[in-house]
Design a protein around this ligand. Structure first.
Ligand code: 5AD
Ligand code: FES
Length: 349
């Protein structure tokens, strides 16, 4: 049998464990989660100091052609109140974000064919032209290699595409048959090849996920070496097939943030909105568990309540970009500092 405390300490020097060792830690997290958070925090501080990077999140369309069973903006949800921002509106968000101190803009949306490669490329070019000291991150789902190439050529620096689960069968439980785990993985490899700083990630506690799957997630991340990893608890949305499923826990999400930090010491790791939604102190706890990125909402106020991937999403209070001063105060309170910086991965930029 393993000595739990020794295992977590081993991760500090070796940055990888075996599947059984990860599984043991996940199963026995109750006794070492504080130690794990402490170690992860010191590893993060050793690399990034007390700096917390911020990203202005622009949710520019909630139209989506996909039908993921968990997601509130799935095509099949006819109760969703749909909206699209015009290119001018998106650019306007980046301008106001710049004034607020943001140096990374994340353009996130459903898979909405309305935004052709040309339209999106133009938006990326415009933002980069107006704010050459800023990074642009895209989060617009699965596309062809050629589309990704065009967007990269337009100047996009980073791309977020969660793989959702490392387990192919599990992927099949979360998505309809027309969606493919293999294609998702291929997209991630293509993005890396094209030189995007690439973000993978998964939901914690999605229906059917096992502790074994989570151990596999850590091994997979270690192998893929994404520059960014986004994880957050699964939270049911009432108008989806998973509306009656149980939410993932903040506690397990925090522990996984610590394990991810210890496994990929340099990784850019956000404390996500979903974590802040299931626990009002979730994002602070995320930082204290090893996260180093926050992504406040920069979308126009009139659409903010419509990008609802899950129920009760926080979207009007202090997490808003306009409330950056409150956020700075909250982060300062726990001993960290929000910085005005592109916040590239250590190996890039
Ligand atoms: N709960 C938590 N996260 C969700 N996402 C989508 N739906 C939910 C939900 N119900 C996450 C997915 C997706 C990202 C944009 O949001 O992981 O990749
Ligand atoms: Fe797939 Fe929203 S429909 S994540």
């Amino acid at each position: 049998m393993y000595n739990t405390a020794e295992l977590i300490d081993k991760l500090k020097t070796e940055t990888i464990l075996s599947r059984d060792e990860y599984l043991h830690l996940i199963k026995n997290r109750g006794v070492i989660r504080e130690r794990a958070a402490e170690l992860a925090g010191s590893v993060r501080d050793g690399i990034y100091g007390k700096s917390i990077y911020i990203r202005g999140l622009i949710e520019f369309t909630n139209y989506c052609r996909n039908n993921c069973y968990y997601c509130g903006i799935r095509a099949g949800n006819d109760k969703a109140d749909r909206y699209r921002l015009t290119p001018e509106e998106i650019i306007g968000c980046s301008d106001s974000g710049y004034e607020l101190g943001f140096r990374t803009f994340v353009l996130q949306g459903g898979e909405d064919p309305y935004y052709s490669d040309d339209i999106l490329s133009r938006v990326v070019r415009d933002i980069k032209g107006r704010h050459p000291d800023c990074a642009v991150t895209l989060s617009v789902g699965e596309k062809s290699y050629e589309s990704y190439r065009k967007l990269r050529n337009a100047g996009a620096d980073r791309y977020l595409l969660r793989h959702e689960t490392v387990n192919r069968e599990h992927y099949g439980m979360l998505h309809p048959d027309n969606m493919s785990w293999d294609n998702r993985m291929q997209c991630l490899r293509n993005l890396k090849e094209l030189g995007f700083q690439t973000g993978a990630g998964f939901m914690v506690g999605s229906p059917g996920q096992t502790e074994e799957d989570l151990a596999d997630e850590l091994l997979f991340l270690k192998e893929l070496k994404p520059e960014m990893v986004g994880i957050g608890p699964f939270i049911p949305h009432q108008d989806t097939p998973f509306g009656k499923e149980t939410a993932g826990s903040a506690e397990l999400t925090l522990f996984l943030l610590s394990l991810i930090r210890l496994t990929l010491p340099d990784v850019l790791l956000p404390a996500t909105t979903a974590l802040g939604t299931i626990d009002p102190m979730g994002r602070e706890k995320g930082i204290l568990s090893g996260a180093n990125v926050l992504m406040p909402n920069l979308s126009p106020v009139n659409v903010r309540g419509k990008y609802l991937l899950y129920d009760n999403k926080i979207c009007t209070g202090e997490e808003a970009a306009q409330c950056i001063e409150c956020l700075k105060g909250r982060v300062r309170k726990i001993g960290y500092e929000i910085v005005t910086d592109r916040g590239d991965h250590k190996d890039c930029g």
